[in-house]
Design a protein around this ligand. Structure first.
Ligand code: NAD
Length: 250
């Protein structure tokens, strides 16, 4: 799966799945654009990527803001002159309830970060990806179809269902431009997503809610992202791949 001289943008690559994917892309020869709202985390991932000798660009940006998304694509093109792969991975959760009305205050943030960013970045990147016949991989979640997996995060479930739907919609429209679009739908993955959201997670219990009784490591999901972005997946577009230890079966 060589990505030699390919230019790959990975959002949310300061941590977890995105960081693992950025390092793997760098290992496979790509020039990687590390995008994260945390400068500290982005720089840590950049340090890991730099050891492979390819160019690494760090862009500190909040993907929920359209002006930041414009900056991401503009700086990438100014620096490298092209874009081959976009990984829309940045995401977050917030605990919320419908009955007590907390969802009214959390919905916009969750939708803008997890779904609107995917729509905006896809649209901004599409003309550049059409020139390289590149591709997009979106990080969705098993929670897009399994409400139990996404409890207590109703807006998150809605956003990820939107990511699946937009993956299909964009795959359909962009196919004629030679651009493939796919998604990965993880179950529990051992990252700091809950800690970053100020929540604690009992990974033991979370893992028990899968049929394989375990959580995945970020690198396992990153491997699937790289496969879908590679030429080996040239026949795959509009697909949403579960990688959830069988959580959807529960
Ligand atoms: P993580 O918190 O470890 O990493 C996410 C990174 O995204 C962080 O570095 C964070 O700073 C960054 N980020 C968050 N909001 C951002 C924003 N608005 N702009 C820019 N950067 C932002 O989490 P993770 O588990 O690696 O999550 C990656 C993706 O995987 C997310 O889309 C998440 O919904 C999805 N996912 C995770 C799990 C899991 O169990 N960890 C399961 C299913 C899906």
């Amino acid at each position: 799966m060589s990505f030699k001289n390919k230019v790959v943008v990975v959002t949310g690559s300061g941590s977890g799945i995105g960081a693992a994917a950025a390092v793997l892309f760098a290992e496979e020869g790509a020039h990687v654009v590390i995008v994260d709202c945390s400068k500290t985390r982005a720089n840590i991932t950049a340090g890991k990527c730099e050891q492979y000798g390819n160019k690494v660009l760090v862009i500190v940006a909040d993907v929920s803001k359209q002006e930041d998304d414009e900056k991401i694509i503009k700086q990438t093109i100014e620096t490298f002159g092209k874009l081959d792969v976009l990984v829309n991975n940045a995401g977050t959760v917030v605990e919320e309830k419908i009955l007590d009305g907390t969802i009214l205050y959390t919905y916009d943030k969750i939708m803008n970060t997890n779904l609107r960013s995917v729509v905006v970045l896809t649209s901004l990147a599409a003309p550049h990806l059409a020139k390289t016949r590149g591709c997009i991989v979106n990080t969705s979640s098993v929670a897009s179809t399994n409400i139990k997996a996404g409890r207590p995060f109703p807006s998150y479930c809605v956003a990820k269902a939107g990511v699946d739907s937009f993956t299909r919609a964009s795959a359909f429209e962009l196919a004629s431009s030679g651009v493939r679009v796919n998604a990965v739908n993880p179950g529990p993955v051992r990252t700091n997503i809950f800690e970053h959201a100020g929540l604690s997670e009992n990974w033991e219990d979370f893992s028990k809610s899968t049929v394989l009784k375990k959580a995945s490591e970020p690198k396992e999901v990153a491997n699937l992202i790289l496969y879908l972005a590679s030429d080996k997946a040239s026949s795959i577009t509009g697909a949403c791949y579960l990688i959830d230890n069988g959580m959807a079966l529960m």
